[in-house]
Design a protein around this ligand. Structure first.
Ligand code: PMP
Length: 306
């Protein structure tokens, strides 16, 4: 998806012009994927733009950095302030937000601890990742032949740049075969997640999602959906499940910041169907939250103009 240009990008504490937000060719992260990042969204609300769970995302960024021995030279509140200032500077009502922390220029090789840690935040207006049709009617998903990352290698629990090579392979494979999103399976044959989304299924009234131990990112949308479901009186059960169980599901959906809550219409050419009642209800509450019309969940919105 192409990136619409805006005016400013925040880089190492400064607002720079969009065209000047550059790095050297010998930036460590460009060669080895040695960076961590976040994907966050700000939404238009009656009180102006508001960032959904900004602090929680920035805390996850710090946790991802810790896993890779990187110390971010800015605190979560400092980065939250920078994000809000950047949205204001670009006069955006809603946008996608991409903070990135990476090993910069000055060191090569696989012992990079002396490389500088660069920090940047970019924002741009971005439509829903799997499309409006997908949100309304569901997407066609296919199990990828590319296996999920496991805990013995690159941890799925961090949001690290290099690990997305795995997701990119899976995404290209299924899109080239005519599907919209992949379903990843781990070493044990259990469903883990999409390439950039968590996954849920509804079977005989119960709602299920794979546990962290299956090898997933601890998605912030996932956590929000679990809270919504619990308050609806139908708590999500974290449980391993197989591709066959997913094919037999009554409903299934992906969750993620970029994608939001997206029904899955088909799995491996078997029909799950149009979005069912549980998916619709969760989508409805999620929509209220992000548009700033839910008092109960207002604490999840961090208002840019506050
Ligand atoms: N899994 C993966 C692999 C992802 O990249 C993402 C997107 N960050 C998610 C799940 C969903 O996480 P979140 O709801 O925090 O965006």
């Amino acid at each position: 998806m192409s990136i619409p240009e805006v005016k400013k990008i925040w880089m190492n504490g400064q607002l720079v012009d969009w065209a000047d937000a550059k790095v050297h060719l010998l930036t460590h992260a460009l060669h080895y994927g040695s960076g961590v990042f976040e994907g966050i969204r700000a939404y238009a609300t009656p009180r102006g733009p508001a960032v959904f769970r900004l602090t929680d995302h920035l805390e996850r960024l710090h946790r991802s950095a810790k896993l890779y021995y990187m110390e971010i030279p800015y605190t979560t509140p400092e980065m939250a302030r920078a994000t809000k200032d950047l949205i204001k500077a670009n006069e955006l009502e809603h946008c996608y937000i991409r903070p990135i922390v990476f090993r910069g220029y000055g060191e090569m090789g696989l012992y990079p601890l002396a490389a500088p840690i660069d920090v940047a935040i970019a924002v741009w207006p971005w439509g829903t990742y799997l499309g409006d049709e997908g949100i309304k009617h569901g997407v066609r998903a296919k199990v990828s032949s590319i296996q999920s990352l496991d805990h013995h290698s690159i941890s799925p629990l961090a949001k690290a740049c290099g690990q997305y090579l795995n997701s990119i392979l899976a995404k290209i494979e299924v899109v080239k075969s005519g599907y919209e999103e992949a379903i990843m399976i781990n070493d044990h044959g259990h469903v883990t997640q999409g390439t950039g989304e968590n996954i849920f299924m509804v079977r005989r009234g119960g709602i299920f999602t794979p546990p962290i131990s299956a090898g997933i990112l601890d998605g912030i949308t996932r956590e929000t959906v679990m809270e919504i479901a619990e308050k609806m009186g139908n708590a999500v059960v974290e449980k391993d499940f197989t591709r066959a169980e997913l094919i037999h599901a009554d409903e299934a959906f992906y969750t993620g910041t970029a994608a939001e809550v997206v029904p899955i219409r088909e799995v491996d050419d078997r029909l799950i169907g149009e979005p069912g009642p549980v998916t619709r209800q969760i989508q409805g509450v999620f929509h209220e939250i992000i548009t700033g019309t839910s008092e109960q969940y207002d604490h999840y919105l961090e208002y840019v103009n506050d």
